[in-house]
Design a protein around this ligand. Structure first.
Ligand SMILES: [Cu+2]
Length: 150
């Protein structure tokens, strides 16, 4: 009679895990087009930036709250702004895209900060990326590694 409550707890944990997985459901209507990441100038450099155009083809506004990649230990959204003559990077905690909107991530503007690469990056390599959305959804994307200006 002592085992029954334990089974109940296990079921509850499983149900919790399952609902967690369901919450991170793929959101296909948010798309990153022409995603690319700058090839670092040196193989030893484990940090770079990612760019592309994010399109919101969902029927409602979408808020991006973060990103992750299996190829990096840390990924965040940044915005470069010019304050006087000084270029600064700020962490973007929320990036709101109204329904039908698009936002360009480009050098000198909004970008993905890709830190602590798990292996040295190679030209032409495809890096997996996941955009994390408010509400628990996730949008899968790809960044192609390439040298700048190409
Ligand atoms: Cu940055």
């Amino acid at each position: 009679m002592i085992t029954k409550p334990c089974v109940g707890v296990l079921f509850a944990l499983c149900a919790f895990a399952a609902s967690g997985a369901a919450a991170a459901a793929p959101v296909a209507c948010l798309q990153l087009k022409d995603g690319w990441a700058r090839l670092p100038p040196g193989a030893a450099m484990a940090m770079t930036a990612g760019y592309g155009t994010i399109h919101n083809r969902c029927g409602s506004a979408v808020t991006i709250i973060g990103a992750r990649s299996a190829a990096f230990s840390e990924v965040s959204l940044h915005e470069t702004t010019l304050q006087g003559d000084v270029s600064r990077m700020q962490h973007l905690h929320h990036l709101v895209l109204p329904a039908g909107a698009m936002v360009e991530l480009k050098p000198g503007g909004k970008h993905l900060m890709l830190m602590q690469a798990k292996a040295s990056l190679k030209d032409g390599q495809a890096l997996p990326l996941v955009l994390q959305l408010e509400g628990g959804g996730e949008a899968a994307a790809t960044l192609q590694v390439r040298a700048a200006g190409r």
